[in-house]
Design a protein around this ligand. Structure first.
Ligand SMILES: NC(=O)c1ccc[n+]([C@@H]2O[C@H](COP(=O)([O-])OP(=O)(O)OC[C@H]3O[C@@H](n4cnc5c(N)ncnc54)[C@H](O)[C@@H]3O)[C@@H](O)[C@H]2O)c1
Length: 252
C-alpha cells in the first residue's frame, strides 16, 4: 500500500518544473492530485503523465493572483475527491533582473503578487478545507533566496523571505488544530524558470553551479521528495520548518 492512498493533494504551478515533479511524486505515493496552473497545456500534460503512470489527477486552470480562481481550485479538490490533505504552494515567477532602484512598480508588484500573495491566497482557502477534514499539511515553495540575498532579484528575494514569515506564523496559529505548515528552500534547480533567467548560457550556468559546494544544480525530483517527506507521518512533529535542499549553497 502506498503511503498516501486515502489522501488528496493540490499543487500550484504543477504544469512545469518542480511543481510537476511534486504532483507526480504525490501521485506515485497514491494521492489523488489536483494539478493547478495558469498554463493549461503544461497542466494537462502533467495530468496525462500521472495517468499514464497509473495515478489519479485532475487539472484546474488557476492563476494564483486571482482569489476566485484559487477558491475554485480548492473547491475542486473537495467536490471531486471529497477532501484536502496536502497543499504545495509552488507557483512562481523569476521576474525582471535589475537592481532594486531600477525596478518599475509593476515589475516589483508582479513578483510579489504571484510569489508571496499567491501563497497567502492559496493558504486562505486550503487551511479551512483541511480544518473541515482531518487536518493536513501545507508546504510552501520558498527558496534559498528566502534566507539570503541575491543581486538583481530584490523582489524575488523579498517575496521568498515573506513566504518564510508567513509559513512560520501560520505554523504557530494552526499547530494545535492538526495543520502543519512548512516550506522548502531549494538551491538553483534545472527548470524552465532558470533557463528564462539566462542560464541557457553555459558560462552563466557554470557560475551558478559553482555557488553550490556540490558544484551542480538540483534536480526537480530532489525537491519533490522533500515535499513528500514533509507531508509524511515521519514529519509529524515538524512544523514551521524551512527545509533547505541546496547542495550546500547556504552552508558556505
Ligand atoms: N528553479 C529554481 O532554481 C528554483 C529555486 C528555488 C525555488 N524555486 C521556486 O520553485 C517554484 C517552481 O519553480 P520552477 O523552477 O519549477 O519554475 P517553472 O517555471 O518550471 O514552473 C513554475 C510554474 O508556475 C506557473 N505559474 C507562474 N505564474 C503563475 C500564476 N500566476 N498562477 C499559477 N501558476 C503560475 C507556471 O506556469 C509554471 O508552470 C517557484 O516558486 C520558484 O520560485 C525555483
Amino acid at each position: 500500500m502506498a503511503q498516501f492512498d486515502t489522501e488528496v493533494a493540490v499543487v500550484t504551478g504543477a504544469g512545469s518544473g518542480i511543481g510537476r515533479a511534486t504532483a507526480e511524486a504525490f501521485a506515485a505515493e497514491g494521492a489523488r492530485v489536483v494539478v493547478s496552473d495558469v498554463n493549461v497545456e503544461g497542466g494537462e500534460e502533467t495530468v496525462a503523465r500521472i495517468e499514464e503512470a497509473g495515478g489519479t489527477a485532475t487539472f484546474v486552470e488557476t492563476d494564483v493572483t486571482d482569489g476566485d480562481a484559487v477558491a475554485a481550485m480548492v473547491e475542486t479538490a473537495v467536490s471531486e475527491y471529497g477532501r484536502l490533505d496536502f497543499a504545495c504552494n509552488n507557483a512562481g515567477v523569476g521576474g525582471a533582473q535589475k537592481p532594486a532602484a531600477d525596478l518599475s512598480f509593476d515589475e516589483w508588484q508582479q513578483v510579489i503578487d504571484v510569489n508571496l500573495n499567491g501563497v497567502w491566497r492559496s493558504m486562505r482557502h486550503e487551511i479551512p478545507a483541511m480544518l473541515d477534514g482531518d487536518g493536513g499539511v501545507v508546504v510552501n515553495m520558498a527558496s534559498i533566496l528566502g534566507k539570503v540575498g541575491f543581486a538583481n532579484a530584490s523582489h524575488y528575494v523579498a517575496a521568498k523571505h515573506g513566504v518564510l514569515g508567513l509559513t512560520k506564523s501560520a505554523a504557530i496559529e494552526y499547530a494545535e488544530q492538526g495543520v502543519r505548515v512548512n516550506a522548502v528552500c531549494p538551491g538553483f534547480v534545472d527548470t524552465p524558470l532558470l533557463s528564462e533567467g539566462g542560464l541557457d548560457d553555459p558560462e552563466a550556468r557554470k557560475g551558478i553551479e559553482s555557488l553550490h559546494p556540490m558544484n551542480r544544480l538540483g534536480d526537480v525530483d530532489e525537491i519533490a521528495s522533500a515535499v513528500v517527506w514533509l507531508c509524511s507521518d515521519g514529519a509529524s512533529f515538524t512544523t514551521g520548518e524551512a527545509l533547505t535542499v541546496d547542495g550546500g549553497y547556504t552552508s558556505r
